[in-house]
Design a binder for this molecule. Structure first.
Ligand code: CA
Length: 408
């Protein structure tokens, strides 16, 4: 017997034990929703019917237009809400129908579910960091000496974090021309980056580091992230500092935030680290994530083709370590901040999380079913990132983006 009275298709990404949060506009304004199968539960309608009075602040927070107030409430409130929604979806058909809270969101517009005040992009995949080191610094050791001692990162651009489906305009910027002189032009090396990010719940105050064993209290859930990149800008500007306009023009995230509470059976021992990191980076629990990940690439002339299949299982640095390191100096994170893994790649060909790796910076272009080749993305190309947690029996949704030509 189905555990819920809502019809949920077999193999749905969003069964009863997932309950991801998003924000949609069905045509009459934004509201927070929780996905169940192909439907969505309208949180404002539930709050209006008095069904979310489980903890102080929950009903007003879930009546908002984004998740930030709800994220600030913390794990106890999230657990109480999860319990109430689960109960309503099992035995509360009359209450939900009376509240008019069950939506069929097929035509709804997804909005960015949370408003990040900060976006941090990590570099957590050993395979990605190694290959990038070989491409960007062929003369030296692929990994810099700090890499195995801390989860290095750069600060991203929260103002251009966008929800899946938002078009991506090819950026103009500065590149080093063939004559050794800088040029102002559109990128000729537009890339995607397959990443998984987490959304911060309650923040810490300035001067109050988050202990690594308390990090789960500060993580609400997980999204897929496409950190679009202009590799020609990056190669020229990233000396000696990290990416700036090479990545600040667009970052796309999946529309549903998957609660960490839905991923408990996907948490596995993390990859062994050598050398052992400093004490503040040693968690006691399991922070590996058993997530299958993939990338499809389609063009105007070619149906989508799988260009990468990989996994988060072997990622070197974990979310807990990223959070502990980001706050070890007393820096504050706030509800809604987005912290991403950085590009996730495997070792094998066909498991790379970006084109600069998959094509070795254009040396080995990908051939599509239409016969076209790609070193980097062309205008009109569509990239789809996918993810799932097989052990938890849920999906992460997808991140879709189509490349538009540069502005004149
Ligand atoms: Ca990135």
């Amino acid at each position: 017997m189905s555990p819920t009275w809502v019809p949920v298709p077999d193999h749905s990404e969003f069964p009863l034990h997932s309950l991801p949060f998003g924000v949609i506009d069905p045509g009459d304004g934004a509201r927070i929703v929780v996905a169940i199968g192909d439907h969505a539960l309208d949180m404002r309608a539930l709050a209006g019917a008095g069904l979310l009075d489980v903890e102080p602040g929950v009903a007003p927070a879930l009546s908002s237009n984004d998740l930030n107030a709800y994220l600030s409430l913390g794990r106890e409130a999230w657990g109480a809400v999860r319990g109430v929604i689960t109960g309503l979806l099992m035995t509360g058909e009359a209450e939900i129908r009376d509240a008019g809270a069950l939506l069929d969101p097929v035509e709804a517009v997804h909005l960015l579910p949370f408003v990040p005040g900060d976006f941090v992009d990590g570099y957590s995949s050993l395979e990605h960091a190694t290959t990038m080191g070989r491409i960007l610094r062929p003369e030296g050791e692929p990994l810099l000496p700090n890499w195995r001692h801390m989860p290095v990162a750069y600060r991203g651009t929260p103002s251009t974090v966008m929800v899946s489906g938002s078009p991506v305009r090819r950026p103009r910027g500065q590149v080093l021309g063939p004559d050794g002189m800088p040029e102002h032009r559109e990128t000729a090396a537009l890339d995607f980056e397959l990443e998984v990010g987490f959304v911060v719940g309650p923040g810490n105050g300035i001067g109050r580091p988050i202990d690594i064993d308390d990090t789960a209290d500060h993580i609400f859930g997980v999204v897929l992230v496409n950190d679009w990149s202009a590799r020609d800008f990056q190669k020229w500007e990233g000396r000696p500092l990290g990416p700036n306009i090479a990545k600040s023009f667009a970052t796309s995230v999946s529309p549903w935030v998957i609660p960490l509470d839905a991923l408990t059976t996907a948490m596995i021992p993390s990859r062994p680290q050598s050398p052992q990191p400093l004490e503040y980076l040693r968690p006691s629990g399991d922070w590996g994530l058993d997530l299958d990940l993939g990338v499809d690439l389609g063009t105007a002339a070619s149906a989508p083709m799988v260009v990468s299949r990989t996994s988060m299982r072997g990622v070197y640095w974990t979310f807990a370590q990223q959070l502990a390191h980001l706050t070890v100096n007393g820096a504050a994170l706030r509800p809604g901040d987005l912290i991403s893994s950085g590009t996730i790649s495997g070792k094998a060909a066909g498991s790379k999380g970006c084109l600069i790796e998959a094509t070795l910076d254009g040396a080995r272009p990908i051939t599509l079913p239409s016969g076209e080749t790609r070193s980097y993305l062309e205008d009109g190309d569509t990239v789809v990132l996918r993810g799932s947690a097989p052990a938890a029996g849920i999906g992460l949704g997808e991140v879709v983006g189509t490349v538009l030509p540069a502005h004149d």
